[in-house]
Design a protein around this ligand. Structure first.
Ligand code: ATP
Ligand code: MG
Ligand code: FE
Length: 346
């Protein structure tokens, strides 16, 4: 199936044309430069920028793919979770285009899109497998059973992994977004310079939760460390070592929980998604540990890890091939569990 897909859940205005697992075009207009001056995404500013950019982005996606409306089998848009005002822009545009051209419309769950990013570079991938989704808003271990069938096995109890990178970067005064800059500075630092808490969840009976994470304590530990270095008159601040130690701690904790989860559920393939999948520390640790345990690990190329519409189109093409489509009354939701995906289709 060939789908025109729109993604406007956060700060990327994106459109793509996807034929099953093949990307025919993939246009992303990032708003990062607009939001950077506020130190984070401002919802109202995001919605307005989506309205301003979407028309040109859709036109470019159709032109790049070299398709006409006769080639398009359906129109899809991310409908949850995300910023409601931002989602509304994509969903309204998607429904309008679908209605105008008499095509089915499909609302897509943003996280299902992140899961489908793996198929764009690994066309032979088939469920069941384990997806480690590490993004700005999520840190999830998902048992992918089939199209639309997901079991959440692990999650963060507080900050997401990407959020932790962004917050630590902010407290080190490194700008927004934090992941890429911490990754770069960490390469020049000593990952064993400082010992930090791994972000485990303690269980009432003792021991730690095998799959859940907590990153807010880690962020606070970095803050305290910086304060105590300042109190000791350390100048300049060993920023590279701090970044390296923080990144190492996140990568090790995520790797441990992911490998354990794959083994416990007998899943031999791990697909990673979300912006933090770009992190070199995570890539190194998880690849090495997976190889040691005889597990396959897949990292999609960076352009499919961060928000894009190609991943949304890939999910939509699969749903459409199974006869799924959404009601034109479908709304948007800021929060939605992956277990609810099939409620989006009639
Ligand atoms: P969600 O999908 O949960 O709604 P999102 O779509 O905003 O969140 P993404 O766009 O997938 O999240 O990822 C953005 C996050 O990835 C940011 O927090 C950013 O700091 C982080 N990130 C990007 N590159 C790297 C990197 N190399 N290392 C670590 N983190 C990174
Ligand atoms: Mg983003
Ligand atoms: Fe995302």
């Amino acid at each position: 199936k060939t789908v025109l897909a729109l993604e406007t859940s956060c700060d990327e205005t994106a459109a793509a044309v996807v034929r099953d697992r093949t990307v025919l075009s993939n246009i992303v207009a990032s708003q990062i430069d607009i939001h950077r001056r506020y130190g984070g995404v401002v919802p109202e500013v995001a919605s307005r920028a989506h309205v301003e950019n979407l028309g040109a982005v859709v036109a470019a996606a159709l032109q790049d793919a070299d398709v006409t409306w006769a080639d398009i089998d359906g129109v899809a848009a991310t409908c949850a979770p995300g910023l409601v005002g931002a989602l509304m822009v994509g969903v309204t545009a998607g429904k309008t285009l679908a209605m105008l051209h008499s095509k089915p419309f499909l609302g897509i769950h943003h996280l299902e899109g992140h899961i489908y990013a793996s198929y764009l570079s690994q066309r032979a991938l088939q469920p069941p497998y384990l997806c480690l989704l590490v993004s700005g808003g999520h840190t999830s271990l998902i048992h992918v059973q089939d199209c639309g069938q997901y079991e959440l096995l692990g999650k963060t109890r507080d900050d997401a992994a990407g959020e932790a990178f962004d917050k630590v970067a902010r407290l080190l005064d490194l700008g927004y977004p934090g992941g890429p800059v911490i990754d770069k500075l960490a390469a020049q630092g000593d990952p064993t310079a400082f010992k930090l808490p791994e972000g485990n969840i303690s269980l009432p009976g003792g021991g730690v939760h095998p799959y859940d994470s907590s990153f807010s304590g880690l962020k606070t530990a970095v803050l305290r460390l910086v304060q105590s270095l300042q109190d000791d008159g350390i100048d300049p601040m060993p920023v590279n070592d701090l970044c390296a130690s923080f990144q190492e701690t996140v990568a090790k904790g995520l790797t441990k929980r992911t490998i354990r989860c794959a083994q416990d559920y007998g899943l031999t393939t791990i697909a990673v998604g979300g912006g933090v999948a770009a992190n070199s520390g995570l890539r190194q640790h998880l690849s090495a540990a997976a190889a040691e345990q005889g597990l396959q690990v897949l990292f999609p190329p960076l352009k499919y890890c961060t928000d894009n519409a190609a991943m949304i189109g890939c999910a939509a093409a699969d749903h459409l091939a199974r006869g799924h489509q959404s009601d034109f009354k479908l709304g948007t939701r800021s929060r939605m569990d992956l277990a609810e995906v099939m409620t989006l289709y009639a």
